[in-house]
Design a binder for this molecule. Structure first.
Ligand code: 5U1
Length: 677
């Protein structure tokens, strides 16, 4: 884009960068590689430095300002920032709708509603004068908030100047600043690695990031904004419906929620709620409910307000994902690889739609980080399918008799020594297969559906087999006799026969399943499949050097080391030989180098709810076939796998003409390429 006139080039670069930002943040259509974006930004910074007269506060280069502030200034909201009335059920919604119809009293039979998710973030106001961002402020108490202009400027989904034309001279836009779940996880992982304090949830992380006097800190946090209404409007007119206002905001470069929709009548509101409740966990951000607003602004005006909430809007809330409960005790579990995991026993509490009485405390560092004691009141979070977490301690409620947690000094199951390798978080039992807990966990993994798939061998039975000394390792399963089985609790003739038949059937397996079933540390299904495809047979895999193992996509030095340790262990290889001697067998498979994998060079996206496997499992299988799996749909996407409840990604794929496959088509594809795990 270099041009003879540097000022012209500066303006062209600004327009280009603004356009890319708009495509990325508002249209959700990434259109430029990061490197190209960075090159243009560097060029702009260079030219602006050479031509100080060209400096403008709404230049895309001017997102992070100078020195940190000394304090936050207060801001008065000329139009108060309201809150919303809550509904908790479909009946509450019916009542709300009835109230509105009665109040309008003009015979209207059904109302049109604008619906959208209620983001779990921080409500803010943005003020634009002549299209240029002047001020960003928190909601505060609705009348007075704090000036956070320096921080909102760092958020790339907030335009520093509006696009296009026709915007009012003064336009105050309202919405929610939030942290997407993936960014939150990354931020917390980084904090954990550095031994720093983590954030309890994405909302607290967003609030903490906005409460910074130094905008450079805010700039380093993955924040985004979605707009949902306007406040002060002067010198211009807006459309006469909520949905029209949102469409205009989008045209002017502001992000609105892609799930926003207009529906007719309260039944349709409840359908919308049910649909999003089902998809809540698959959204990229936390939501705590759905907001319904009467779409026609003229009707909103007629309906008016009660104290601090409008009559024409309501938020129907989802079940809470965080609750307070009490830590009753901590138990220590020993896993398949000997890792000792502290598990919190909690006073049962209903959270995230289920009753939770256990939560993992991960490791001794986490216990220290939380500063948790037995008897403490704790906040438990369960978001979606994620295992419940203890996210913080309510120190004000600590009882006098709260007890510190003693981490064991020996394996709580077999009393062997425990060790912690340098750089590792987990303490491990050194007892190996002598340890009953490790024996049980290894066998449970071996028989599981995605490994050897042995029906009728549930956890309780595995525990009994080990406790009775009938089985010490996975090979022992194939030596079980009917008589031995019949001596076990609750084992009848038919169950014993079925179990023996299932064991017999499992002997004919596949190489990837067998590798996965061995439970080698950090060798999941995708890695097992990658190894099988790379080496084609067991003997070459077991003889591979570390350097040869590292050739396999997905295998890094740590996994290669775990694999070599397994193959060098006489005990482990003895078990493999015993399995083969018992008749466990598999055909060799065709070797395929990475670039020849059937989906090499393709980009896939998975969305919606899948029945037969989780989205992560689907992703691992597609990757094992050579595909790249992306998080969003773009023109470059090869195919979108869409399960029930697919929303904006499906709409986008249809709009862009991207191929869409359902779960059955995915399964056929996997099967056609010999991926059965
Ligand atoms: N999505 C959405 N969240 N939210 C919060 N819309 C919305 N509207 C709100 C609030 C407080 O207030 C309206 C009264 C503008």
């Amino acid at each position: 884009m270099p041009s003879a006139d540097p000022l012209q080039e500066i303006e062209a670069l600004r327009e280009q960068l603004d356009a890319w930002n708009y495509r990325y943040y508002v249209l959700d259509e990434p259109s430029v590689p990061d490197a190209e974006y960075d090159r243009c930004m560097q060029r702009l910074l260079q030219l602006e430095a050479q031509h100080p007269d060209s400096q403008r506060t709404d230049s895309p280069s001017q997102r992070v300002g100078g020195e940190p502030l000394q304090q936050f200034n207060q801001v008065s909201h000329e139009v108060p920032m309201l809150s919303l009335e809550n509904a908790f059920s479909a009946e509450d919604m019916q009542q709300f709708n009835r109230r509105l119809l009665d109040r309008l009293g003009d015979g209207t039979a059904s109302l049109e509603y604008a619906c959208e998710p209620k983001l779990d973030g921080i409500a803010v106001s943005l003020l634009y004068r002549d299209g240029v961002l002047q001020r960003g402020a928190t909601r505060g108490d609705g009348t007075t908030g704090e000036d956070i202009t320096h921080n909102v400027r760092t958020i790339r989904s907030i335009p520093l100047r509006l696009r296009g034309e026709g915007f009012p001279r003064l336009l105050e836009v309202r919405g929610e600043i939030y942290m997407p779940k993936a960014g939150f996880e990354q931020l917390n992982n980084r904090a954990r690695e550095r031994g720093e304090k983590t954030f309890v949830n994405p909302r607290n992380a967003a609030a903490g990031s906005l409460r910074q006097l130094d905008a450079r800190i805010t700039a380093s946090r993955p924040l985004e904004m979605c707009c949902y209404s306007v406040g002060l409007v002067e010198g211009g007119v807006l459309p006469d419906r909520q949905a029209g206002v949102l469409a205009k905001l989008r045209e002017w470069g502001l992000r609105i929620n892609p799930e926003s929709k207009v529906v007719q009548g309260v039944e349709a509101c409840n359908d919308y709620f049910d649909d999003l409740a089902e998809r809540r966990n698959s959204l990229a951000y936390d939501i705590d409910g759905i907001v319904f607003k009467v779409n026609a602004l003229a009707l909103q005006e007629r309906l008016g307000f009660v104290s601090r909430a409008p009559r024409w809007a309501i938020a129907r809330k989802f079940p809470a994902q965080e609750e307070i409960t009490r830590l009753l005790d901590v138990e220590f579990q020993v896993g398949r690889t000997g890792a000792i995991t502290p598990v919190a026993r909690l006073e049962p509490v209903f959270v995230g739609g289920v009753t939770v009485s256990n939560a993992t405390l991960h490791n001794s560092d986490e216990i220290e980080r939380l500063g948790i004691r037995i008897g403490d009141s704790v906040i438990v979070r369960r978001a979606g399918d994620v295992i419940p977490q203890v996210v913080s301690v309510v120190l004000e409620k600590r009882p006098d008799n709260a007890r510190t947690i003693q981490f064991p000094t020996r394996c709580p199951v077999c009393q062997s020594a425990i060790e912690r390798e340098e750089g590792e978080a987990a303490w491990r039992c050194m007892g190996g297969l002598v340890c009953g807990a490790q024996q049980k966990a290894a066998i449970k993994h071996f028989v599981s559906r995605r490994a050897m798939d042995i029906d009728g061998l549930g956890d309780k039975l595995v525990e009994q087999l080990v406790d009775e000394g009938l089985v010490q390792n996975v090979a022992g399963l194939y030596a079980l006799s009917k008589e031995q089985l019949l001596n076990l609790d609750r084992m009848g003739e038919k169950s014993a026969d079925n179990l023996l038949a299932a064991l017999e059937a499992s002997k004919q397996t596949t190489l990837p399943r067998f590798i996965f079933a061995l439970g080698i540390r950090e060798v999941g299904e995708a890695t097992a499949l990658g190894l099988a495809r790379h080496f084609g047979n067991w003997s070459e895999l077991a003889a591979a050097t570390e350097a040869q193992l590292l050739q396999v996509d997905d295998v890094g030095p740590v996994v290669a080391d775990h694999l070599r340790q397994f193959f060098d262990s006489e005990a482990s290889m003895g078990v493999v030989r015993a399995l083969q001697a018992a008749g466990v067998n598999w055909p060799d498979i065709e070797r395929l180098p990475q670039q020849d994998l059937p989906l090499a060079g393709q980009i896939w996206v998975v969305t919606g709810k899948l029945e037969s496997l989780t989205r992560d499992e689907a992703k691992a299988r597609l990757q094992a076939l050579g595909a790249k799996v992306a998080g969003s749909v773009s023109a470059k996407t090869t195919c979108l796998v869409a399960g029930p409840g697919a929303g904006s990604k499906l709409a986008k794929a249809n709009e862009l003409g991207v191929e869409v496959a359902d779960e059955q088509a995915l399964q056929s594809l996997l099967a056609a390429h010999g991926v059965d795990i």
